[in-house]
Design a protein around this ligand. Sequence first.
Ligand code: PM9
Length: 465
Amino acid sequence: MDETIASKSSWAEPFKIKMVELLRVTTRQERERIIAEAGYNTFLIRSRDVYIDLLTDSGTAAMSDRQWAGLMLGDEAYAGSENYYHLEKAVQNYYGYKFLLPTHQGRGAENILSQLLIKPGDYVPGNMYFTTTRLHQERAGGAFVDVIVDEAHDPQSDYPFKGNVDIAKLDRLVREVGPRRVPYVSLEGNVNMAGGQPFSMANLKELHAYCRQHGIPIMLDATRTIENAFFIKERERGYASRSLARILREICDLTDGATMSAKKDLLVNIGGFLACNDEDLFKRAQNLAVVYEGLHTYGGLAGRDMEAMAIGIEEALMEEHQAARIGQVRYLGAKLEAAGVPIVKPIGSHGVFIDAATFLPHLDRDEYPAQALAAAIYVDSGVRTMERGNVSAGRDPETGLNRRPNLELVRLTIPRRVYTQAHMDVIAESIANLYARRTDIQGLRMVHEPQYLRFFQARFETISR
Ligand code: PM9
């Protein structure tokens, strides 16, 4: 590692606080009422009723003074905003793709990409599903096929690159259906649903060689790929002295295009993009953007949002930023581990994932242990977390049954540059206390199930024994 604060044994936030947002603390009695009114779904709680918000790292970052200053440079022209050209230059420079289409957020880009590349009856292999990504693939007529390494499905495996693609699994699919039924491989950096787990550069190189041989493009979900680059630098031989910017560029150069939710790595509250090297695909994407997003030079964003995103790319690539960001996540994870709380290993980049199936062995998967645990954590301390298990996985379109994934997790997602170490201490203490009383936690019954991405709006009741 470079000789920065990050290279010392302890780390500190590489910023100081200029403005604060006051928090409200509720009573346990209030929280019991609030969670029942929210149907035991943390997405349905009002933000004012939350003490520490670990629901997501999406759009929740604190922007820097440079980014806020960038907002004032917003060129709010309908067409050809200056900020679009700044963003285009930044994406070309750091991600290396030739063409850029801004979108309102990640799923806007996923929608366009899926509609353009997937035909009914196609198969889209990927290194574990992501909720919105798979939904758009399915709505375009494709079937998602999980080709991630087996270790990713085992919360206890401490394999350092659980985001890797299992090339043998991919090859089995390609042989079975033929390469023409595989429009692209969907490759996610720092796989969210596996606990924020990276792929290695060696694996990507192997995947690239395989895909070139079979004429299959690789489409990167670049949402947390700078965090993936951090792990490559830390864990993979030959990368310790390379900059995150160089590693990011090497990743992108091995892929054909990317969808991006800029609300994560890029430290903005809204925004995304689709980027690629194929001009024909780009032209068709620009055209489809006017149906769903807005004109191709703003894609549903204000000019100021694009400016903040362009600045965010540079800040996200600062080594000390990532060292502190991932250091904070690890600090919380280590505290929970020390208290005996079962968590996914290795600790990922964007949050600590509690293994709810091990935490609550008395609950069946169809009593939604992770949903029940997220509700119990909120009642205990006002900390808001998110279910990433049987509710998020949804139903198998063929059987109509719950998918019951092996990973039944509660995600404690850490917003970037928002909370302090003292907040981490409070969170760890509350969860450790709850772990001691875990047998009191009751299962849930789903009483309202929306058609799409049910985890956002589903409602539950407690099952009393
Ligand atoms: N991720 C998250 O909290 C926000 C929505 S789901 C609760 O983790 C990946 C890897 C994501 C992601 C969103 C999207 C969609 C695509 N890929 O939310 O539409 O983690 O900007 O991005 C969320 P948008």
